[in-house]
Design a protein around this ligand. Structure first.
Ligand SMILES: Cc1ncc(COP(=O)(O)O)c(C=O)c1O
Length: 390
């Protein structure tokens, strides 16, 4: 059976080049990067090379990179590492739960938190950020691109506001690596999170950019690893893989990978809109990462459509994978004032650099079929249409 994967915002496969780079570090190139002997020093060299590669992706210094276990840890380290009881934190209502739930926990610990609303297209207003500032504001944490809609947030403007107000600016850049430029100086952020498994490195790898001079309180206590910012023996193969994936992500950006993804995403989106009635794009009116489209299909349940498409061989997601299983409509689509029924009838298609034209053609074949079939089965669909027509 033919299978096509269009859920790359949930996770991406480790590519052959990345796998080949990491593989020796499980076996013949093993070592603890803290050991002073040959094995340790070879491991240390590999970790520091990976740090250079990740720093190149962020356009920062190698010493500003802290290796983590992924996006969730990076987001938590940024927030818990700098925001203290009595402080004020500004974030948005469309952040990933790694930021939202961390912010809620900080609130329980005596931090005042502002969750900013978004426009109907799912974008935070820099003006709202400015207005939310208080004398005790310590940090602004606004994601660079939303994982459900792909909407790019005005991070450079927010970075300027943070700088003027002299508050820390953290951006969750998990969904942008390899899709848009991640230049921390141009963004004006003090902290930025990435996750390996969204960029063809393994799950359980990631990095946090921490601007020089920013004193983080660590989440873990133990050894002096990562300049005392993250205790624990380094995940050597994972870090090597993240370094290679970062190098390839940067190369891809220079070689037009993002433009190629945008062409395929647009063909997919336009193709579905042309073939299916009563469907549309959530967040269509704004700049998005090139790999994501979030479409609504009225008169059906998104979960049922995800299952129907999976049975045909197409893997997509009915919202955020991390929230799947929850009957509640997505918090992101709800924040965009999308009615609950439409939010539940929305699907996220997210491609990556390995997606081909044939994959898009396949999706264009099966999506209209499955939508019509589910609508025909719906007891209310025909009646709703007659009512509307009458
Ligand atoms: C925007 C965003 N932030 C953070 C995370 C969490 O990353 P990880 O799965 O590496 O913990 C995700 C994962 O879906 C994400 O999309």
């Amino acid at each position: 059976m033919r299978r096509v994967y269009m859920d790359s915002n949930a996770t991406t496969p480790v590519t052959d080049e990345v796998f080949a780079a990491m593989q020796p570090y499980f076996t013949e190139r093993f070592g603890n990067a803290s050991s002073i002997h040959y094995y340790g020093q070879r491991a240390r060299g590999a970790v520091e090379q990976a740090r250079e590669q990740v720093a190149a992706l962020f356009h920062c210094r190698a010493s500003e990179i802290v290796f983590t276990s992924g996006g969730t840890e990076g987001d938590n380290l940024a927030l818990f590492g700098l925001v203290k009881p009595g402080d004020h934190l500004i974030t948005s209502s469309i952040e990933h739960h790694a930021v939202l739930h961390a912010a809620e926990r900080l609130r329980e610990r005596g931090v005042a938190v502002t969750f900013l609303p978004v426009s109907e297209d799912g974008v935070v207003s820099p003006e709202d950020v400015r207005k939310a500032l208080r004398p005790e504001t310590a940090m602004i944490s606004i994601m660079m691109a939303n994982n459900e809609t792909g909407a790019l947030q005005p991070v450079a403007e927010i970075g300027r506001i943070a700088k003027e107000a002299d508050v820390w600016f953290h951006t969750d850049a998990v969904q942008t690596a390899g899709k848009v430029s991640l230049d921390v100086a141009a963004i004006g952020c003090d902290l930025a999170t990435i996750s390996g498994h969204k960029m063809h490195a393994p799950q359980g790898t990631g990095a946090l950019y921490v601007r020089r001079g920013t004193q983080l309180e660590p989440l873990f206590f133990g050894g002096t690893h990562e300049r005392q910012r993250r205790a624990g023996t380094e995940n050597l193969p994972g870090i090597v893989a993240l370094g290679k994936a970062a190098e390839l992500a940067l190369l891809g950006l220079q070689n037009g990978a993002a433009e190629r993804m945008a062409v395929l995403r647009d063909k997919l989106e336009q193709g579905i809109l042309a073939r299916v009635d009563e469907c549309g794009v959530n967040g269509a009116g704004v700049a998005r990462v090139p790999n994501t489209t979030n479409l609504w299909f009225d008169h059906l349940e998104g979960e049922a459509l995800v299952i129907a498409l999976d049975l045909k061989g197409l893997a997509v997601s009915g919202g955020s994978a991390c929230a799947s299983g929850a009957a509640e409509p997505s918090h992101v689509l709800s924040a965009m004032a999308i009615p609950a029924a439409r939010a539940r009838a929305s699907l996220r298609f997210s491609i990556d650099k390995s997606t081909k034209q044939e994959d898009v053609d396949f999706a264009l074949e099966v999506v209209p079929q499955c939508v019509s079939r589910l609508r025909e089965l719906s007891p209310v669909y025909g009646r709703e249409r007659v009512t509307v027509a009458g």
